[in-house]
Design a protein around this ligand. Sequence first.
Ligand code: ATR
Length: 302
Amino acid sequence: MSASQKQLFGLFAHPVGHSLSPVMHNRAFQALGLPFYYHPFDIPPERLPEAVAGLKALGIRGINVTIPHKENIVPLLDELDPEAEAIGAVNTVVLSETGRLVGYNTDGAGYVQSLLSETGINLKETNVLLLGAGGAAKAIAVYLIKHGCASLTIANRTEHKAETLAHHVQRYAAQSHDGKGSSSPVRINVHSWSQLDRDGVKAYQLIINTTPVGMWPNVGHVPLELKELSPGTIVSDIVYNPLQTAFLKAAEQRGAQVHQGLGMFIFQGALAFKLFTGYEAPLEVMRKVVEDQLNLSSSQGK
Ligand code: ATR
């Protein structure tokens, strides 16, 4: 693709109103001097097939996909990358040079890149506790396995969903282990949510909240009361509004290193930007514009 040619990118969502993706991508295009534009499209679920078919007709080079389309778009695409296939959900679609629509999931990849670059963690020596078993948990679990964490324990309020997620990612772990051969496979377990309080979390070096607990306006809520933590534990929250959740504050008071949720959003966007344009994303420009928008909305009480 020529960088001097005008290109259209976009977001498919419903509703699309509050997304920060358009401002983040448009600022990034501007920073690199690319004559590209990223438009938010409000697509009701029943019109998704028409909208996807329209991408090819209109020559739109790439889109992000969010609620409620991430899973429903899968059968409408020509190809999926292996991780998107394992997750069963797509947040980025690229129209390839050969005219095929290829789906990716940069949510999980973005989470892990953000974690690695912001904390310096060595996942191979890390026993992970994942709180929640929804779509975000699934994307993160697949990429933690891809990067070879020592073990992954899933705890969810509705326990059977934790079991289902564990079985699902177990298949991916077995396949990716067969492909690599040498290293030992990731151990995957389920822990009862109600017994986490009693059993404590000292066995884990990384604790990740993937539930919406603590998100504005319920800023005082925590998914789990943290008692004793092992020295060097990292506590991570994918909620980024507020940036420092009550869960992260409690973790910091107990001596943990914390990892905020904004990085996942920025890195998923940066990976999508690279897939869209072929260029490395201007990460700091993207972070700054998103932080400015978040500060703006909190100062307006939104
Ligand atoms: P997402 O796609 O953002 O991950 P989701 O698929 O709706 O969203 O999943 C939300 C997750 O947060 C689920 O694991 C949910 O637990 P249940 O399976 O029991 O519903 C979890 N969750 C939501 N509200 C919660 C709460 N108040 N306490 C504990 N877990 C909660």
